[in-house]
Design a protein around this ligand. Structure first.
Ligand SMILES: [Zn+2]
Length: 284
């Protein structure tokens, strides 16, 4: 009896601790190549670059994530964090920059990202340095190329190219082997397709996205084709005077059926594209 009770208690303790563990945040650091590392916080990723003169971090993701990353960088490399670069203003990537800024890290973002961060009261450090089209950053003999490629998933998105490692960090506008996120909110479809073409012309081997697994340039092309077909078909349907329901029924993106979330999100992508196209079509 006593033994049964003991087993039962042990089982309960185990169940409770398993339950607690299931809610724990998944954080990880993985080397991408050379001195470039990838930081994971649940479903969000950013990268950081280690140089002899200090570390360049990118999207902080949130304050707790940034605190964890700061401690890990201290433990592993014992180098100061000199720069923080935001990919764009959206809160789920930019939050937590104050954790690094408090120690003197300089915050960099695209010009309009700064305006959006202030205007939307994003819980992060306001950028100290902004740029419009491009900025080249050098630290400890290492280089990062920051490029604004036009409006896409946001109007202030930049990509970060690490030429020595031939890695491109691009957030939210190039999902790897996946359709676009839901109804394409805060986005600009035509600019988005142009941005993807610009990325195709850039020189890199590995694509490090803000969500999901690493990819390659082939993933950029695949997603560009998806967006081009989505936009082209929905535009033709809207021009033919079809309703959203008729458009959803007639648009055929089935050749992309193997992309992640295709069944669930591609109808939402059509919905978002349709709304944007109707809004942008000129009145007679
Ligand atoms: Zn975003």
């Amino acid at each position: 009896m006593r033994r049964t009770l003991f087993t039962l208690i042990a089982f309960l303790i185990l169940s409770i601790s398993n339950g607690a563990m299931a809610q724990e945040v998944k954080r990880d650091i993985a080397q991408i190549k050379g001195d470039l590392y990838r930081f994971q916080n649940n479903f969000h990723y950013s990268v950081f670059y280690v140089t002899p003169a200090g570390v360049i971090v990118t999207d902080p993701i949130n304050a707790d994530a940034a605190k964890w990353l700061k401690a890990e960088i201290k433990k592993r490399f014992n180098l100061p964090i000199r720069y923080v670069i935001y990919s764009h203003d959206h809160r789920d990537h930019s939050a937590g920059g104050e954790v690094f800024a408090a120690d003197g890290a300089v915050v960099i973002a695209q010009e309009r990202a700064k305006r959006a961060i202030i205007g939307e009261k994003r819980p992060t450090a306001v950028p100290n340095i902004t740029f419009n089209h491009k900025m080249d950053l050098e630290l400890g003999g290492k280089h990062v190329e920051l490029r604004y490629l036009g409006k896409n998933h946001s109007d202030n998105m930049i990509v970060m190219n690490f030429p020595a490692e031939r890695v491109l960090f691009a957030v939210d506008f190039i999902p790897v082997k996946s359709v676009a996120f839901k109804t394409l909110s805060d986005s600009y479809i035509k600019g988005w397709i142009k941005s993807l073409k610009r990325v195709e012309r850039m020189d890199f081997d590995i694509l490090a996205p803000g969500h999901g697994k690493l990819g390659t340039k082939a993933d950029v092309t695949l997603f560009k084709n998806y967006m081009r077909d989505l936009h082209g078909q929905v535009l033709a349907s809207a021009r033919a005077g079809k309703s959203l329901e008729e458009t959803k029924a007639s648009v055929d993106l089935s050749k992309y059926k193997d992309l992640f979330k295709f069944a669930k999100w591609s109808p939402l992508n059509i919905e978002g594209a349709y709304a944007q196209i109707q809004m942008n079509r000129r009145p007679n």
